[in-house]
Design a protein around this ligand. Structure first.
Ligand code: IDP
Ligand code: MG
Length: 139
């Protein structure tokens, strides 16, 4: 069943560089409503589980180190066609290939440290949102 929600994280590099406000502004002015929001830090076990699909990839260890090195901003966002529209807004995984004006083009440093996460399907948006937020934290 299609949903109108997606899940995002402003990754540790975005928080370290002071980009929280600018990225949230970009998200909300692009038509997404924030329905859950928190500053939090993932444990190693959290990041390993969240990115389990990538466990066989050569960058998995590096990805887990990066995603756990400092706080992130986790959020659930609502908009018609949320998953697809948010992937368009963030741009390609590699910021060098991201379209002009996308969040990764504006704020990401590299394919590894690429500023933001966006769910890739409605099913994963639900799983990932529930990973970070209780029902009481979703509005
Ligand atoms: P996505 O975030 O655009 O969906 P995925 O392929 O799902 O991209 O990869 C998850 C995350 O793993 C990326 O956002 C990035 O942080 C990291 N990553 C992906 N490919 C590479 C790579 O080739 N080298 C280092 N890190 C990578
Ligand atoms: Mg992905």
């Amino acid at each position: 069943m299609a949903t109108n929600r997606t899940f995002t994280m402003l990754k540790p590099d975005s928080v370290e560089k002071g980009f929280i406000g600018a990225i949230l502004e970009k998200i909300t002015t692009s038509g997404f409503r924030i329905v859950a929001l928190k500053l939090t830090q993932m444990t190693k076990a959290d990041a390993q589980a969240f990115y389990a699909v990538h466990s066989e990839r050569p960058f998995y260890g590096e990805l887990v180190e990066y995603m756990t090195r400092g706080p992130i901003v986790a959020a659930i966002l609502e908009k018609d066609n949320a998953v697809e529209d948010f992937r368009t807004l963030i741009g390609a995984t590699n910021p060098a290939e991201a379209a002009e004006g996308t969040i990764r083009k504006l704020y990401a440093a590299s394919i590894g440290e690429n500023a933001v996460h966006g769910s890739d399907s409605d099913e994963n948006a639900t799983i990932e949102g529930a990973f970070h937020f209780s029902v009481r934290e979703q509005f």
